[in-house]
Design a protein around this ligand. Sequence first.
Ligand code: DGT
Ligand code: CA
Ligand code: CA
Ligand code: ZN
Length: 571
Amino acid sequence: MKNQDVAAVLYEMAELLELHAENRFKIIAFSKAARAIESMKEDVEKVCRERRLQSIPGVGKAIAQKVEEFLRTGQIQSHQDLLAQTPAGLAELLKISGLGPKTIFMLHEKLGVSNLEDLEKAAREHRVRRLPRMGEVREKNILKAIERYKKRSSRILYSVAEPVVNEVLEFLRSLEGLEHITAAGSYRRGKETVGDIDILATAARPEEIVAAFVRMPLVQDVLVKGPTKASVIVQETIQVDLRIVEHKSFGTVLQYFTGSKEHNVSLRQLSLARGYSLSEYSLTRLSDNQDLFFDREEDVYAHLGLQYISPELREDRGEIEAARSGKLPALAELKDIRGDLHVHSDWSDGRASILQMARAAQALGYEYLALCDHSPSVGIAGGLSPERLEEKIEAIAAANENLQGITILAGTEVDIKADGKLDYPNDLLARCDVVVASVHMGQQQNERAITGRLISAIENEFVHIIGHPTGRIINQREPYEIDMNAVLEAAARTGTALEINAYPSRLDLNETWAREAKEMGIRLCINSDAHEPEQLGVMKYGLNIARRGWLEKKDLLNSLRLPELQKALKG
Ligand code: DGT
Ligand code: CA
Ligand code: CA
Ligand code: ZN
């Protein structure tokens, strides 16, 4: 449904015209038409096809022509012309929350402000507050909004969005009249980072829910507020969008706002091929223009002859074809995870004892836990000397005597040194149940060197798993320069597993490489890399990545039962 896109471009027309101090009536006409199309239930494309655009309140001949042009060509020439006549910096100021075109026009006229930099400078020099209707408070708010706008470019980690989502859902659920509620968008798809948070709900009296939403204690700024939707800012930079929708359309709305956009485009094409037009509102049968409503998302997919597609798969990466032929993967679930093969204890840089870690793992229902402390080269992390590792192996054997229902595996996270050698001799590695090998130093080496190091570790017969294989840290550090195809080829050839490190800022391997690995027959292992008991819980973030990489239970080393795992580790 293109209604939002059409409305957005018309709103922007209105703003640009206002920046250019154009005729008031013209400006009002554009924003009125934008509002009507935005809140209209019918699909604007359909209305256009049936030549009924001018029946929309506020849409006259001129605007109808522009809408038609947009739907046909994807843009409006007069909009492009206006943009071309507007200094780029000035148009960008429209994105600063709280700054309307009228104010921007005044700032431009009176202070010569034509971009973000100018505006920040003027505000810092207290020149803004002296203008009519501005004052000290507004000047301060402008500076805050600029700060937020600058930070906004980086997407937030899923794990940062999660507590916000939970708090908002809990708050809204406590309100009278609220019926269904769920998060949609990239968050529902389990993406590693989230641009903004999308919440959908149904409610008896939408205005009351929206009013309560914008007054939640955690809300710092209200960007938009209408009768059925609002956008707010929490924690300085996180945008949360709430939409209250009609119950009878909840299935199609949830489908639409879960996205991804690319998935939606493909699904819409498939619908058309089957004789339907899919919108947020309904599935319209083209033969007789009959609207079919779905309050459950499952029924939308079923009606189109598709298997239900889990949100994590909705990226237009072949899921629609797979669903057509009944070949979607049976995605791995948290309950399939039987243990964690990479955690630390206070023998190296962890903060809990072996027994504390084991008991916490047991509370999660795990059958096994591999204690993999660091090796000597990672001195800052308290890497164990060979003698200490031998002592630890014995301590673990003793601890197992006193434990029932969970088995501690003696492991190590052995460093892959700059020359590709491992940090312990083979005879010591052979005494470990689980050997995870990872790169911690010399990450700046060139592609040949780093790839060579990883491959020589993979080729070591005592190495079971490569830890955080690409070294990336989301929003902080790029992956190593590495030839991943060569690394995957080596892992496939030697039967070495690759880790999906579940630490929320690592998520390494990422979903793309995880899927590639699976297709090459490589086993993946989701590990928490926990340094204290609570961190064992990050497993779910790694599982999101596994699911987005199409992984099934059988693709995961740590979904094996203990005897099978032990067999696999020996083999
Ligand atoms: P984000 O917020 O950048 O992490 O990504 P999303 O996927 O949450 O995107 P967002 O918040 O812009 O929109 C939520 C969903 O709404 C999106 O996944 C699909 C749907 N949607 C938004 N804009 C469009 C559009 O222009 N066309 C189509 N087909 N769907 C859209
Ligand atoms: Ca979003
Ligand atoms: Ca959004
Ligand atoms: Zn580690």
